[in-house]
Design a protein around this ligand. Structure first.
Ligand code: ASP
Ligand code: MG
Length: 862
C-alpha cells in the first residue's frame, strides 16, 4: 500500500438516526474540523434520514396499487422538521430530487408496475435529499464541503441477475487511483451511502443498510487511513442491549470476529462492510454520534489476543430451515453431494448445515434478501426425490461468537441445561471455531439470548475486549439531557427517603408527573376522547386524578367497572369503555346492564349468545394483522394474537350483528405497547377506516394505546406533537369519525417508583448481590418480560456508580431479580434502593407469593 501520494484520508459514515437528530449536527461539524486539523482529507458518507427509505419503499407499493399516498409529503415534512430544528430553509438543491421522485411515482401509478431498475432510482432519493440538506447546513457553518453524487464515484461490478444487480449491487475493493485523483483537491467530500451506478450509468443500491458498505468501499478504493462508522450506539456489544441488560461493550475486535457478529445478526454493522476494510487492514472504528467522548469499538487485525474467549451472543430472525430426511443416507455415498447439487442448480446459498445418520438440515443464507416462496417451492420439489422434505420458516438463529469456541464450551456445562429448555431445530459449530449456532422458534429466541448471555459471559477474565455494560455507559452523567428529561425523583431524593422512614418497601406515585402526562394527552387536538386503561394502575388516587381531568376509563373486567362505579357513582356511562377478551356471556350482559360501551372481539359470542347482543350497540375490536411492541408477550396483533377479529371474519361479524339488529358504532385496534414511532396510530387508524367499510354505523375509531415511555437514557421519546400532526392527516382523510385513544402505561409509568430497603449484601469481587426488602411479589416485569427498570441507590446518589451489581428480592425463585449487572456504589444494609418507571403494571400485577405482601402504595404530594 502506498498512501504517500496524496493526503491521508478518513472516511466518516453517519447513519440515519445520527443525521436525523438536529443536536448531532454541531457535533458532526466539530468532528470534521478536528479531522481537518489533524491534516486529514475527509470523506463523509451520509445515510437517508431515519425512516425515509421505508417511506420510499411504501410509496412504491402504494404507487403500484394506484394509490396517491402521502409518502412524499411525509418525506418532505421529515426534512422540513430537521431544517427547522437546525434553523435553516430547505435548500433549492433538493427541489429537483423531489420533483424527480414525484415523476417516477406518477409513472409507476400510471403503468401499475415497478421494475428493480426504477425501485433503485426511487430508493436513491433518500440519501440524495438528506445529503443536500447537510451540505447546506455545513456550508453555512463555515465548512468547505463539496457535495458529490455517489453515482459518479462508485461504479459496481456487472452482475447478470437482475434483482441483485439493481437492488443488492456490489463493488470491487481494489484501490482506485482515478477516484483518488478525482477527489484530490477537495478537502471535505460529502457523498451518499447506499447508492452507486452500474457500468451503464444506471442507478443501483447496495441493499438495505448498505451505507456502511458504501463507506467501506470508499475506504478501500481511496486507501483511507481509517473508517469511522458513527451510529446511534457506542460500538458493538456482547448482546443486543435492548434484549440483555447486562450487555457489555466490545472495545477491540478482530475483523474475523466483527464479521462473525455482523453475519450472525448483530445489528450495528452491515455484514458486507467488513470485507473491504479487512482486505487492506484499514481500522474500522464504530462510535456513538451523540457521545464522541466514548471510545467505541475498534476493529482491526491486531487485537493482541490469543486466549479463547466468548465475545457475543447474537440472534438473527427470519431464518428459513430445510430438512431432508432419508433412510437411504445411511452408509450411502454421494447423498450430500446430491442434496447440495440441488441448492447449486437452484442458485440458493446455504448458511448452516447439520447432519445426522439419516437427515440433513440446512439454513438458507438470506443475508442480502429474504428467499422468496417461489424459490422455496422450487427447492422443495427438486429435493423431494431425495427424501422427506420439511420447510420451517421464521426461525431464529442464536449464535455464541468468539475465539476458540470449542475450548470454551467444555467448561460450560450449564449451557446444556439451558438448551434442554428449548426445542433446537439445528445445532452447528463453525469449522473456523468462531461460532456455535442453534436455531429455535422465533418466540424462544429472545429468552434464549437472555439465558445464554449471562451463562457464557460470567467469569470471563478481565481483558482488553470487554468494556463497560450498556447501563454503565448510560450512567455517566453527561448523557444527552435533551433526549430524556431528568427524572422527577432525582430532585426529590430527600423527600422520598423521608417517606420510607416507616416502611421497608413502598410504591410512590408522583401527582405532578401524572398530571403532566394527562395534560400532554389532552393537548392532542385531533383526539376526541382519551380513556385511561386502568389495568396499568387502578390505585384510587390515580383514578381520581384521571376522573377529575375528565378522561374516560377503559375497563377489561366487571370488577374494574365496579371499582370505577363505586368511586364515581355519578359518572356518565359513556366515559366507561369495556373491552373484555375471551370472557363469559355474563360479562357482556353485565356491561349492557351497566350501560357502558361494550367491545366485542370475536364472532363466537354472536354465534353462541345472539340474544345478549340483540338491539344493543357495540364496538368491534379488529386484528389489523400486524403487531408492534417491545416484547413478544405484548405484541397483541398478528396471526397468533388472541385479540381481535381477523380481517377475513369481518364480513361474518357484520352479518351476525345485522341479524340481531346490533349496531356496530365503533372500531378498535391495539397493536402492542411501547411504541415510539409517532406514525403508528395513523396507520392503525387507516386500517380501522378500511375495516369500517363493513360497518356503516361506525362513528368512532379507537386507535388503542401503546404510547411508548422511554426506559433508558437515550431511548426515543414519543413526540406528541408529531403524533398529533400525523393524526391530523387521518382526520382530514376521514372527518366523519371521532378519534379515541386508550393509553395506560403512558399515564403512570414514569410517575411511579418502587423503593426498597437493602436487607443483605453478598460478594465483593466481580459479582455482587444486593438483597432488597421486596422483589417479584411487588414488581414482576423484569422476571416476566425481561423488562428493564433503571435502578439507583437513593441513599448514595452522589457516590459514583462503581460495581456491577445484581439487585434481588427475598422470593424463593431464581428469577427474583429486579436488575442484573447494574452499576451501583457499594451498597449497605439500610440503604434505600429506587427502581424507576414502576408506576405501570407494578402494583397492578403484584402478588402475595411466598406469603410476602407487596409494597404499599402512596401518592406523593410535593
Ligand atoms: N438508507 C438505507 C436503508 O435504510 C441505507 C442505510 O441507511 O444504511 O436501508
Ligand atoms: Mg445501519
Amino acid at each position: 500500500m502506498n498512501k504517500a501520494t496524496s493526503a491521508a484520508l478518513t472516511v466518516l459514515k453517519f447513519g440515519g438516526t445520527s443525521v436525523t437528530n438536529a443536536e448531532n449536527w454541531p457535533r458532526i461539524a466539530q468532528l470534521i474540523h478536528q479531522r481537518r486539523a489533524d491534516g486529514l482529507q475527509v470523506l463523509v458518507v451520509h445515510s437517508a434520514l431515519r425512516g425515509v427509505t421505508d417511506l420510499l419503499q411504501g410509496s412504491l407499493n402504494a404507487a403500484v396499487d394506484g394509490q396517491i399516498g402521502g409518502h412524499v409529503d411525509d418525506i418532505r415534512q421529515l426534512h422540513e422538521q430537521l431544517a427547522n430544528a437546525l434553523g435553516i430553509e430547505l435548500p433549492p438543491s433538493m427541489t429537483p430530487v423531489l420533483a424527480e421522485l414525484e415523476q417516477l411515482l406518477a409513472g409507476i401509478r400510471l403503468i401499475r408496475e415497478v421494475t428493480p431498475k426504477i425501485t433503485a432510482r426511487v430508493l436513491a432519493c433518500g440519501e440524495l435529499l438528506s445529503s443536500r440538506l447537510s451540505e447546506h447546513w455545513l456550508q453555512q457553518h463555515g465548512l468547505d464541503v463539496t457535495w458529490r453524487d455517489a453515482r459518479e464515484l462508485l461504479v459496481t461490478v456487472a452482475e447478470r441477475r437482475e434483482l441483485r444487480h439493481y437492488l443488492n449491487a456490489s463493488c470491487d475493493t481494489d484501490e482506485d487511483v482515478q477516484l483518488r485523483a478525482q477527489l484530490a483537491d477537495e478537502p471535505i467530500v460529502l457523498t451518499q451511502g447506499f447508492i452507486a451506478a452500474d457500468a451503464a450509468g444506471d442507478t443501483v443500491v447496495l441493499g438495505r443498510g448498505g451505507s456502511d458498505t458504501s463507506a467501506a468501499y470508499f475506504a478501500a478504493k481511496m486507501q483511507a487511513q481509517q473508517l469511522e462508522i458513527w451510529t446511534d450506539v457506542p460500538g458493538l456489544f456482547s448482546a443486543d442491549p435492548n434484549v440483555v441488560s447486562g450487555a457489555r461493550q466490545l472495545k477491540n475486535l478482530h475483523y474475523s470476529e466483527a464479521q462473525e457478529i455482523a453475519s450472525a445478526g448483530g445489528q450495528v454493522l452491515h455484514p458486507r462492510s467488513i470485507g473491504p476494510a479487512w482486505r487492506w487492514s484499514i481500522p474500522v472504528h464504530v462510535r456513538w454520534t451523540s457521545r464522541p467522548d466514548i471510545r467505541g469499538t475498534l476493529i482491526s487485525d491486531t487485537t493482541g489476543e490469543t486466549e479463547p474467549q466468548v465475545k457475543a451472543v447474537v440472534m438473527r430472525q427470519g431464518v428459513t430451515l430445510i430438512s431432508i430426511e432419508s433412510v437411504s443416507m445411511w452408509q450411502q455415498s454421494g447423498f450430500l453431494a446430491r442434496v447440495f447439487h440441488v441448492f447449486g442448480t437452484q442458485r440458493v446459498s446455504v448458511g448452516l448445515v447439520s447432519t445426522s445418520e439419516s437427515s440433513i438440515t440446512v439454513s438458507l443464507d438470506d443475508l442480502d434478501a429474504p428467499v422468496d416462496t417461489t424459490t422455496i417451492d422450487g427447492l422443495r420439489e427438486a429435493l423431494s426425490p431425495l427424501g422427506h422434505v420439511q420447510v420451517l420458516r421464521d426461525c431464529a438463529a442464536v449464535s455464541i461468537v468468539g475465539r476458540k469456541i470449542r475450548t470454551i464450551l467444555s467448561g460450560l456445562g450449564p449451557l446444556f441445561e439451558i438448551f434442554a429448555e428449548h426445542k433446537l431445530h439445528l445445532l452447528s459449530q463453525a469449522a473456523n471455531d468462531l461460532n456455535l449456532t442453534v436455531v429455535v422458534d422465533t418466540a424462544q429466541g429472545f429468552r434464549l439470548v437472555q439465558q445464554l448471555h449471562p451463562a457464557v459471559m460470567a467469569n470471563q477474565p478481565t481483558n482488553q475486549t470487554l468494556g463497560p455494560s450498556w447501563e454503565a455507559l448510560q450512567d455517566t452523567n453527561t448523557i444527552d439531557k435533551a433526549v430524556v428529561p431528568e427524572a422527577w425523583w432525582r430532585a426529590n431524593a430527600q423527600a422520598l427517603i423521608s417517606a420510607m422512614r416507616s416502611h421497608e418497601s413502598l410504591y410512590l406515585y408522583d401527582r405532578i408527573t401524572i398530571e403532566a402526562r394527562i395534560a400532554g394527552l389532552q393537548s392532542l387536538s385531533q383526539v376526541d376522547r382519551v380513556f385511561y386503561a386502568m389495568k396499568a394502575n387502578p390505585h384510587a388516587s390515580i383514578l381520581q386524578l384521571v376522573h377529575d381531568a375528565g378522561l374516560g376509563f377503559e375497563c377489561v373486567s366487571p370488577q374494574e367497572i365496579d371499582a370505577v362505579l363505586s368511586q364515581f357513582p355519578d359518572i356518565e356511562r359513556e366515559r366507561i369503555l369495556f373491552t373484555p377478551n375471551f370472557c363469559a356471556q355474563s360479562d357482556y350482559q353485565y356491561g349492557f346492564e351497566q350501560a357502558v360501551r361494550v367491545t366485542l372481539d370475536n364472532v363466537f359470542p354472536l354465534q353462541a349468545w345472539p340474544e345478549t347482543f340483540a338491539n344493543q350497540s357495540v364496538m368491534v375490536r379488529v386484528d389489523p394483522g400486524q403487531g408492534r411492541g417491545h416484547h413478544e408477550h405484548v405484541r397483541t396483533a398478528g396471526i397468533h394474537s388472541k385479540f381481535g377479529v381477523p380481517q377475513f371474519e369481518l364480513s361474518r361479524f357484520a352479518e351476525l350483528t345485522d341479524a340481531v339488529s346490533c349496531s356496530v358504532v365503533g372500531i378498535h385496534a391495539h397493536t402492542g405497547s411501547g411504541v415510539t414511532q409517532s406514525d403508528n396510530w395513523r396507520l392503525v387508524g387507516q386500517a380501522l377506516a378500511d375495516a369500517a367499510s363493513y360497518f356503516p354505523n361506525a362513528r368512532y375509531l379507537d386507535l388503542g394505546g401503546g404510547l411508548g415511555v422511554p426506559e433508558k437514557p437515550g431511548d426515543t421519546v414519543l413526540d406528541l406533537r408529531q403524533l398529533d400532526q400525523s393524526l391530523l392527516s387521518l382526520k382530514q382523510q376521514y372527518p366523519q369519525y371521532e378519534i379515541w385513544l386508550e393509553p395506560g402505561r403512558f399515564v403512570v409509568a414514569e410517575a411511579g417508583v418502587l423503593l426498597a430497603r437493602v436487607t443483605q449484601t453478598k460478594g465483593k469481587g466481580d459479582v455482587r448481590y444486593v438483597g432488597v426488602a421486596t422483589g417479584m411479589n411487588s414488581l414482576i416485569r423484569p422476571a416476566l418480560y425481561g423488562a428493564f427498570h433503571e435502578i439507583v441507590n437513593l441513599s448514595r446518589l452522589s457516590e459514583p456508580p462503581a460495581y456491577p451489581t445484581n439487585v434481588v428480592g427475598p422470593i424463593c425463585e431464581t428469577g427474583d431479580k429486579l436488575g442484573t449487572d447494574r452499576l451501583l456504589p457499594a451498597c449497605q444494609a439500610g440503604d434505600v434502593i429506587l427502581i424507576a418507571n414502576a408506576g405501570a403494571y407494578g402494583a397492578a400485577m403484584a402478588s402475595h407469593y411466598n406469603g410476602r405482601p407487596p409494597a404499599r402504595e402512596m401518592l406523593l404530594e410535593r
